[in-house]
Each structure stands twice: as C-alpha cells, then as structure tokens.
Design a protein around this ligand. Structure first.
Ligand SMILES: *[C@@H]1O[C@H](CO)[C@@H](O)[C@H](O)[C@H]1NC(C)=O
Ligand SMILES: *[C@@H]1O[C@H](CO)[C@@H](O)[C@H](O)[C@H]1NC(C)=O
Ligand SMILES: *[C@@H]1O[C@H](CO)[C@@H](O)[C@H](O)[C@H]1NC(C)=O
Ligand SMILES: *[C@@H]1O[C@H](CO)[C@@H](O)[C@H](O)[C@H]1NC(C)=O
Ligand SMILES: *[C@@H]1O[C@H](CO)[C@@H](O)[C@H](O)[C@H]1NC(C)=O
Ligand SMILES: *[C@@H]1O[C@H](CO)[C@@H](O)[C@H](O)[C@H]1NC(C)=O
Ligand SMILES: *[C@@H]1O[C@H](CO)[C@@H](O)[C@H](O)[C@H]1NC(C)=O
Ligand SMILES: *[C@@H]1O[C@H](CO)[C@@H](O)[C@H](O)[C@H]1NC(C)=O
Ligand SMILES: *[C@@H]1O[C@H](CO)[C@@H](O)[C@H](O)[C@H]1NC(C)=O
Ligand SMILES: *[C@@H]1O[C@H](CO)[C@@H](O)[C@H](O)[C@H]1NC(C)=O
Ligand SMILES: *[C@@H]1O[C@H](CO)[C@@H](O)[C@H](O)[C@H]1NC(C)=O
Ligand SMILES: *[C@@H]1O[C@H](CO)[C@@H](O)[C@H](O)[C@H]1NC(C)=O
Length: 523
C-alpha cells in the first residue's frame, strides 16, 4: 500500500466513523428508484463549492456500511462488488451505479471534501425493483346475484409491487360502504354487489419504477326482474268485442326474465313476453298482470295491473214512442231509446239539432233511456234524436213526434173580431184561417145560418141584403175543438148623383129599418 493510499484509507476510516453525523444536505430527499439490470444516478446538490479533494460513497443495507467508491485526487477506488459498476463525477461527486441488482437497495451516503470550505455530507435511499409484470386478478367468483352476493378480488403481480390501484371502467373505484380495500390495496371486496359493479374492473400494480395493468375482469351479476311493465297496443282500455288485443311485457332482468300472465288474479295458461288475444269477448275484461321471473335470482316481480274492457258495438238503435194519437194539453208521451246490441251505453237526446233539456214537462229516466213529456204541447212537434255511444261505437235513432192541437188563432182577414163596409156591387172576400194540426176545416154562418164549407167566403157582387154577421167556424176533427171568429159586414150604396139622391135617402131609410130588424131575412 502506497503512502497516498494509506492516507486515503485513513480518511475513509475517519469518515466512516463520523461522516453520517454532520449536515446531510448534499443529496436531495429520496428515495431514488432503479430497476434490476438498469442504472441510476445519485446526483448531489452542492452548488459551486469549487474543486473536490475527496469523494466517498458508502452503502448500508442494514448490515453495516461498506465503501462503494472513494475518489482521492481524481483517482477512484471501487469497493468490492462495485468494479466497473460505478462512475463518480469529478466536479459534483454524483454517483452513477450500473447493472443494478435487488441487493443494491439500501441507504447511500456521500462525503465531499472540497479544496476550500467545510466537508459536505448527504444520505439517500435507493430502492431497486423488478419491473412489474404479469398483473393478475383472481376473483372469488364472477357469477353473482345482485344484493345477495359478495365478491373478493385479489390482485397479484410479479416484480414486488408497492401499491395497487383499482379502476372501474376508466375511473378510480370509490371505496367505502360496500366496497373495501385491504391495507395494502391488493384485495378488493365488494359486498351486496350491484349491477353497476359489473366492470370492467382493472388492477394496476405499481412500484417505484413501473406499473402494470391486469386484464379486465367482468362480473356476471344477475339481477331483476325490475321495472316490469305491460304495454298495450292501444291508448285506450276499451276494445270492441271480436277485436284482437296485444299485450307486451318488459322487464329489466339478467338473465332475461320469463313471463306469465294473470287475469283478475288468476294465472292464465299463457307464457311468453307477448299475450295476444284474438276475438276478445266481454268476459275477458279485467285487470291483466304480467309476472316476470328470473331463474337465477329466483325473484318474481309483477307489473302494475292493466285494465282491459271489452265492449259490444252498439247496433239497432231505435226510438219507440206512443202509439195513440197525441193531443196537446191532454196527452203524455214517453219516448224510449233502445239498442239491439251494445254494452255500457250512454245516451244523449236532441230535438232538431239542439240538446233536449229537461223542464217541468220533460223528464228523463235516470239512465236517460227514456224521456217523458207530460202533457205534450204543440211546441213538442218535431224530430227527436237519441245518440247512443260507448267507448267503441256510436249509433243514432230518430223519431218524429206528432202532437195534434188547435184550432187556435182563428181570424177573418187577420182579425178575430172586426167589421168592414163594402160598396154595393163590389167584390168581397172574407178569408178565414186558423192554426191547427191536423189543419182545421172551416164553415161559415151568415146571420147564424150555415152557408159555406171552405176557408174563404166570397161575394162576387155585394147587395144590401148581404150585410150581416159572418162567422167563421174552424174545427179540428182530431182534437174535437171548434173555434170561431166574427166579422160584421156593412153595405153602403154607391155615392149618388143628384138624380139618385132620393133613392139614396130611401136606401138610408131601408138601412135604418134593416138596423131595427124590421125588413130583410134573418135567422
Ligand atoms: C465515467 O464517466 C465519464 C464521463 O462521463 C466517461 O467518460 C467514462 O467512460 C465513464 N466511465 C465508465 C466506466 O462508464
Ligand atoms: C405469471 O403468473 C403466473 C401465476 O401467477 C405464473 O405461473 C407465471 O410464470 C408468471 N409469469 C411471469 C412472466 O412472471
Ligand atoms: C384464486 O383464489 C382461489 C382462492 O380464493 C384459489 O383457490 C385459486 O387457486 C386462485 N386462482 C389463481 C389463478 O390464483
Ligand atoms: C421512487 O418511487 C417512489 C414510489 O415508490 C416515489 O415516491 C419517488 O418519488 C420515486 N423517486 C423518484 C426520484 O422518482
Ligand atoms: C404507469 O407507468 C406509465 C409509464 O410507464 C405512466 O405513464 C403511468 O402514469 C403509470 N400509471 C400509473 C397508474 O402509475
Ligand atoms: C352469467 O351467470 C348466469 C347464471 O349463473 C349463467 O347462466 C351465464 O352463463 C353467465 N354468463 C356468462 C357470460 O358467464
Ligand atoms: C296483434 O298481434 C297479431 C300477431 O302478431 C297481429 O296480427 C295483430 O295485428 C296485432 N293486433 C293489433 C291490434 O296490433
Ligand atoms: C268466456 O265465455 C266463453 C263463452 O261465452 C267461455 O267459453 C269462456 O271460457 C269464457 N272465458 C272466461 C275467461 O271466462
Ligand atoms: C337472496 O337473498 C334473499 C334474502 O336474503 C333470499 O331469500 C334469496 O333466496 C336469495 N337469493 C338467492 C338466489 O340466493
Ligand atoms: C217510459 O216507458 C218506459 C218503458 O215503457 C218506462 O220504463 C218508463 O218508466 C216510462 N217513463 C215514464 C216517465 O213514464
Ligand atoms: C150580429 O151579432 C151581434 C153580436 O153577436 C148581435 O148583437 C146582432 O144582433 C147580430 N145581428 C144579426 C142581424 O144577427
Ligand atoms: C142579416 O140580417 C139583417 C137584419 O136582420 C138583414 O138586413 C140582412 O139582409 C141579413 N143578411 C143576410 C145575408 O141574410
């Protein structure tokens, strides 16, 4: 051993004894990480302290410090096991360590002695890892029943992982409650599994230098049936007898549910997602329920009831009315509206095109199947309609009601009583009319003597003898009523010239006598 080497070794010995005690700021906080077979740089942080006299690196894996390399006056001396594996920077003292093995894991310490100034020391941990590979997840089982089962997922990997991470899809799994991790993170336990836990689940194993991701794990979680729903092919619950009705059941279920059907609480001998009813009859009305069953979860779930009402189409609607002759003010009428077929019928009555409203004379039966008019009046004449409807059909029946009435409003030339004056030789027409159903027949009384059987009484050339009481009698054979009107006709001579003034005077006398009833015919 040369003197110089001896001096270096004694320095090393000195530093071995004291070095780890002074300020440890020449190395950054660690740890540094390296992979087996790779290399690592342990860089010092010393700023500009000028040239270094001596650099010494020690290693301690817990069994006591050993020299890695010492550099004195620019000459490196490697410790046993470090030949050709180390390189020290002459300016910074940083250490490059190559061909790393797991045994290089431990604490590294450096002593730097600059030409000027105080010695510097530093300490740092180096971890050497195998690269992560072969990350696998072992599931306790992958066939699970929602809410019932618990799954344990164990992550393992080659290359001494130091931590684990779990992903559900692309997000970190959220732990707490049903989802728990072991202390080191390698075991994931999910209790009361939910369908949303299906996955894909991944385990990522990490160490200081690498990470690895497992194959995706998919959990086969059986669930349901949930949300069992029946769809009808129509918006309405009403169907016409003879039509077909299709019901379809759906459920959220894995594996897919099996379906059964019930009507009014009794299971039907029908299975399958679709229930097709053809030529439906009234006794198939009721509340339909679909039962869904999952053979793995062993759960049965029922849908809400769906109401179906089968109605017969209305046909043969008819109004029947009174058979006897109706007379205003005396008779009553009862109109009844019936259909030959149809169920759940509601009725509406109209007269003309207006709804028929009840009054003190017009009353409807409770179900509106009949209307009673008591007594009937002339205003009740007309066309009546009964509109029958149920949710699947409508029908209309018509009836013409005839109420006999009158005569009334008997008038002669527009007046019930009146008089007029006619000139001799003029033409006089007395026109009688009356309101009546059936139309009235007329006859005339002149001065109380029956004369003509027609509505209009005409005198082609009036003479003085035509003056008198003209009575029109209107009669209705059906009602048996007779009503009359009176008209008094006066006759005056044509205005005379001088030569006829005597005659005129005579006429006046005669008229005056006639007024006293002394001359002329009378009854
Ligand atoms: C040590 O580092 C120097 C400078 O970077 C380089 O020239 C030399 O080859 C290195 N020695 C080894 C053994 O790698
Ligand atoms: C991966 O792991 C399996 C079992 O855990 C093992 O048999 C296999 O050798 C491993 N492969 C590697 C490359 O480590
Ligand atoms: C998975 O774990 C079970 C026990 O939980 C064990 O029996 C089985 O061998 C493991 N499978 C693998 C591939 O490690
Ligand atoms: C080394 O790995 C650890 C995790 O194992 C990490 O915290 C540290 O920052 C890594 N060091 C460097 C220098 O990357
Ligand atoms: C895994 O390593 C890669 C680089 O190899 C890095 O980009 C990625 O962020 C790491 N992933 C995790 C989860 O640490
Ligand atoms: C999921 O689980 C059910 C019930 O155990 C099984 O019948 C089915 O085959 C499984 N599916 C898959 C893809 O494993
Ligand atoms: C019901 O289903 C049958 C057979 O699929 C079809 O022929 C029929 O038109 C459907 N009925 C209705 C009302 O959709
Ligand atoms: C409905 O009535 C028919 C006869 O009209 C009968 O054959 C059928 O069994 C009845 N259906 C039900 C569900 O009662
Ligand atoms: C799920 O749990 C319920 C109640 O704990 C039980 O009744 C049912 O049988 C279980 N289902 C299965 C498929 O084990
Ligand atoms: C009308 O006739 C029907 C059947 O004849 C009867 O049920 C109903 O009571 C009658 N209505 C009145 C108001 O008389
Ligand atoms: C005409 O009728 C009126 C009243 O009805 C009566 O007073 C008068 O005597 C009658 N005259 C004749 C000529 O009948
Ligand atoms: C009606 O009676 C009056 C008075 O009695 C008489 O003057 C007149 O001529 C009579 N008229 C007729 C048409 O008989």
């Amino acid at each position: 051993m040369s003197q110089m080497e001896g001096a270096a070794l004694s320095t090393v010995t000195l530093l071995l004894l004291t070095g780890f005690c002074s300020g440890k700021d020449a190395l950054p906080p660690g740890p540094a990480n390296g992979s087996v077979g790779g290399s690592v740089m342990l860089n010092t942080v010393i700023g500009s302290v000028g040239p270094l006299l001596t650099v010494i690196w020690n290693f301690n894996d817990g069994s006591g410090p050993v020299i890695v390399v010492s550099v004195a006056n620019g000459v490196p001396t490697e410790g046993p096991g470090y030949r050709n594996r180390v390189n020290v920077s002459s300016t910074t003292g940083s250490l490059e360590l190559r061909q790393l093995t797991l045994g290089d894991t431990g604490t590294y310490a450096v002593n730097l002695i600059p030409e000027k100034g105080l010695p510097l020391t530093g300490e740092m941990i180096l971890n050497v890892y195998e690269p992560i590979s072969n990350v696998t997840v072992n599931a306790s089982t992958t066939d699970l029943v929602e809410l019932n089962d618990t799954v344990t997922l164990t992550c393992s990997a080659s290359g001494s992982p130091t931590s684990y991470q779990w992903l559900l899809g692309s997000s970190d799994i959220i732990t707490g409650g049903r989802v728990q991790l072991s202390d080191d993170g390698s075991i994931l336990t999910i209790s009361s599994v939910l369908r949303s836990d299906r996955g894909p689940l991944y385990c990522i194993a990490n160490n200081g230098i690498s990470n690895g991701t497992s194959q995706p794990i998919l959990l086969n979680i059986s669930y349901g049936p949930d949300n069992v729903e029946v769809a009808l092919d129509s918006q309405s619950e009403f169907y016409m007898a003879g039509s077909s009705v299709n019901l379809s059941c759906s459920a959220q279920s894995s594996p897919p549910a099996q379906f059964q059907w019930a009507l009014n609480g009794k299971m039907l001998d029908r299975e399958g997602q679709e229930l097709k009813l053809e030529n439906v009859q009234r006794n198939q009305s009721g509340s339909y329920i679909c039962w869904a069953h999952n053979s793995i979860t062993l759960r049965y779930t029922a849908s809400k009831p769906s109401m179906i009402t089968v109605l017969e189409r209305i046909s043969g609607a008819e109004i029947t009315g009174p058979s006897e002759t109706l007379i205003a003010g005396i008779s009553s009428a009862n109109l009844s509206c019936q259909a030959a077929a149809g169920t759940s019928i509601s009725r509406e009555w109209l007269k003309g095109d207006q709804p028929l409203s009840p009054s003190n004379r017009i009353t409807f039966s409770e179900d509106k199947s009949s209307v009673s008019i008591s007594p009937v009046e002339s205003s009740d004449n007309g066309e009546y309609q009964c509109r029958l409807s149920n949710p699947v059909s409508t029908d209309t029946a018509s009836y013409t009601l005839t109420v006999n009435y009158g005569p009334q409003d008997v008038v002669i030339n527009g007046k019930n009583t009146g008089s007029s004056t006619a000139e001799v030789n003029s033409r006089v027409t007395l026109k009688c009319s009356a309101v009546s159903l059936p139309p009235a027949t007329f006859f005339w009384l002149v001065n109380g003597t029956k004369r003509a059987e027609k509505s209009t009484f005409t005198i082609e050339k009036v003479s003085r003898n035509d003056a008198g009481n003209y009575t029109c009698v209107a009669s209705n054979d059906v009602t048996g009523l007779k009503v009359s009107a009176e008209h008094y006709l006066r006759v005056k001579e044509t205005e005379p010239s001088h030569s006829v003034s005597l005659r005129a005077t005579a006429g006046i006398v005669i008229l005056a006598l006639a007024g006293l009833g002394l001359i002329g015919g009378g009854p």
